[in-house]
Design a protein around this ligand. Sequence first.
Ligand code: UDP
Length: 345
Amino acid sequence: MAVLVTGGAGYIGSHACVALIQSGHNIVVLDNLSNSCRASLEQVSEITGVKFPVVIDDVNDRAALDRLFTAYQIDAVMHFAGMKAVGESCELPLTYYRNNVAGTLTLCEAMKDYGVRTLIFSSSATVYGEPLSNPITEDFPVHATNPYGQSKVMVEQVLHDLVQADALAAVPFWNIAILRYFNPVGAHASGKIGEDPLGIPNNLLPFISLVAVGKLKELSVFGGSYPTPDGTGVRDYIHVMDLAEGHVKALDKLTDEKTSSGCHTWNLGTGNGYSVLEMVSAFEAASGRPIPYKIVDCRPGDIAECWADPSKAESELGWKATRGLMEMMEDTWRWQSQNPNGFSK
Ligand code: UDP
């Protein structure tokens, strides 16, 4: 029996592969390599000493899923495959809905047909939009302000509806976890895998990392007069290995005989908020490199601050983020300085 990891070659997926293997699971990876490369999976094998099947195909391709579910005995799916750039989603809404929403529908149809009940879905704190207060608990209202966020809200709704329909069935089928990620950063401590965005990064830490290695001149800090202690945006940054381990805990929980079928939602964050300028200082301390920056206008659609209340995951999954800000920065820097060109050496 194995866990199917869709999008396993990507940033979060590859770290989840390491966590799954190291906790004794067999894995099969499905990835179309649209925003990732095979080298990350070779590095996962190097870190873990384990080789595993890799299928280069698309979750939207039902015939490919039929081949996969026929060839491998899959008992659970972690679904990371999807597109994640907010700005791009505003330009290409159809592409985002096709990949993120229709892709998940195709995957769920195949899971149902092959009797695979357990699904862990990558959602995002973006579904909370501008929260009324912080920290954010899972029962806050969800709404989205762009097609990327909307695609997560829509898939969450689909998953709830599947479980709702189960209530009418003689034997409930689905066992689903929705994991809402706050801001994943960092890299595996080996420095062998990490975030390798195509082109100019949209996210803060990848951008800072490229400034540190001299590939970008300076950071633009989006907004300096938010109602936050230093005027810059505040987020809940979480180490990607803590996030990956949260997935393994969610899988353990869903496959525990005592867990009843249903759809469970957990925030994965640390509960701490850091400003953009605090992130810059921490990265300078970890890397010993100066990060020149200038404060510019706010980025449209950005919110002032958000951080998680992660206590539901702690009490129900026995999971808690353990890696602090300096470890996030040191691990990011080790990955970036050892691999200035990412996976393309
Ligand atoms: N940010 C910034 N400059 C950048 C990228 C991001 O000042 O080049 C800020 C952004 O406004 C937010 C924080 O860094 O306050 C985190 O942004 P990111 O895009 O990483 O994640 P988000 O929380 O927006 O999904």
